[in-house]
Design a protein around this ligand. Structure first.
Ligand code: 3HC
Length: 382
């Protein structure tokens, strides 16, 4: 592990800039690479904003913040960026054709010692690894937005990934001061996105089927289901481009994982990408971090049982398919999405039989996507 000194991050967007920042905060030298200077400038501005926040909150001194900023080198030339890199973390948009092009180019210039990692949120690690010259030295490292604040990193070995590469990845994440959780199977959406992305669609269905306002649904999600943000708010914060692309990739590989609502594609097509474009589900004043006003009183007026049921079903799928155990599922939701309580405790509080009955009713009305998972049924009989 001591052999990792220089890291190259490909892509300076929402995730790339944050991964560059936390790597520099852990003392690594970082080359942040993008294809246009304006993207790099924006990434470096975001890093500056975040470091200023951490100084303002006395989590860093100004001297440390300056040193961290100085460890990040924004680079346009791929060959320069890759020079002497020990670890590459790719954080380019979720499009297999784009990833293919990127890795083709990377393979031309990368040193033989460079380990490859992808921050893909939904694409199979085995598939991306197969595009590269070194599938055994290729691993999934899935960070959460904002990487500066979220503690979780999912570590996903593909079928060809060597144990030493997985060990190195886990060790690296620990050096960043983050919490790695191993995803035992390379399934679509890994752990957290298998719960999060379908919930965005379900929130739109809830709005439409029950005629409820977004702020009411979001308030119930925040104050009853103990999420730190409402689901519409979180979708806007994550970016509707990310949600849409994740949806397409997940659904094309597994029809049972998600029940897509057309509104997500519509928002994407209209360029309403969420906070970053000023409009998404909600409207925003600018590009800077902004929260939606939600309240317990508003949340009291709505029962988010449909959302809880879908989350419970997907969580059960992950456990019953041995992607992770229940302990790590709860850890992942807390560390990656900031949940303030255990999902299964919330389910128990609401009533496991109520959740199961609700899923049966939804399956009758809206199709087999809602059929309760076996783990959930067995859980009820415990
Ligand atoms: N760097 C430094 N500070 C930051 C920051 C950043 N990148 N982003 C926000 N902050 C600051 C805010 O400006 C705020 O400062 P202020 O008090 O001066 O205004 C401070 O952090 C705290 O913010 P909030 O008051 O809004 O408080 P919260 O307690 O709600 O914390 C949060 C913010 C950590 C973002 C929390 O709301 C949260 O955990 N939200 C859920 C995030 C989540 O689910 N992420 C995962 C999405 S899925 C994903 O990324 C996977 C992908 O593949 C799709």
């Amino acid at each position: 592990m001591s052999s990792i000194n220089k890291i190259v991050i490909l892509g300076s967007g929402l995730m790339g800039h944050g991964i560059a920042q936390i790597s520099a905060m852990a003392g690594y030298r970082v080359a942040l690479r993008d294809v246009e200077k304006s993207y790099l400038d924006k990434g470096m501005d975001r890093i500056k904003w975040s470091l200023d926040k951490l100084v303002e909150k006395q989590k860093l001194t100004q001297i440390d913040a300056d040193r961290i900023y100085g460890r990040i080198d924004p680079v346009l030339d791929l060959r320069d960026a890759l020079f002497d890199a020990d670890l590459l973390i790719e954080a380019v948009p979720e499009d297999m054709n784009l990833k293919r092009k990127v890795y083709e180019e990377v393979d031309k210039y990368a040193d033989s010692k460079t380990i490859y990692a992808s921050n893909t949120s939904t694409l199979p690690i085995t598939e991306i690894g197969a595009l590269t010259s070194r599938p055994e030295h290729f691993v999934g490292l899935h960070f959460f937005n904002p990487p500066q604040l979220m503690q979780l990193v999912e570590v996903i070995p593909g079928q060809a990934t060597s144990q030493s590469t997985t060990d190195l990845a886990i060790n690296f994440i620990q050096k960043l001061g983050k919490q790695p959780i191993l995803c035992h199977k390379d399934v679509v959406g890994f752990i957290v996105n298998r719960i999060f992305i379908p919930l965005v669609h379900e929130a739109v269905y809830s709005q439409e089927r029950n005629g409820i306002s977004m702020t009411r649904i979001d308030s119930a999600v925040k104050f009853k289901l103990l999420f730190p943000m409402g689901i519409f708010e979180l979708a806007d914060y994550t970016g509707l481009d990310v949600i849409y692309k994740a949806t397409v990739e997940m659904h094309s590989r597994d029809k049972t994982v998600i029940n897509p609502h057309h509104k997500i594609k519509q928002l994407f097509d209209e360029g309403k990408l969420g906070q970053k474009s000023g409009r998404g589900f909600y409207d925003y004043r600018g590009e800077n971090y902004e929260r939606i006003k939600l309240s317990p009183e508003e949340g009291d007026k709505y029962d988010p049982i449909n959302l809880l049921s879908v989350a419970a079903n997907n969580a059960s799928w992950l456990i019953s398919n041995n992607v992770c155990d229940r302990v790590n599922l709860e850890r992942a939701l807390k560390l990656g999405m900031g949940l303030k309580g255990d999902l299964f405790l919330t389910i128990e509080k609401v009533g496991i039989n109520k959740v199961i009955q609700n899923l049966y009713q939804m399956a009758d009305k809206f199709g087999s996507f809602y059929k309760p998972n076996e783990y959930l049924l067995n859980y009820a009989t415990k």
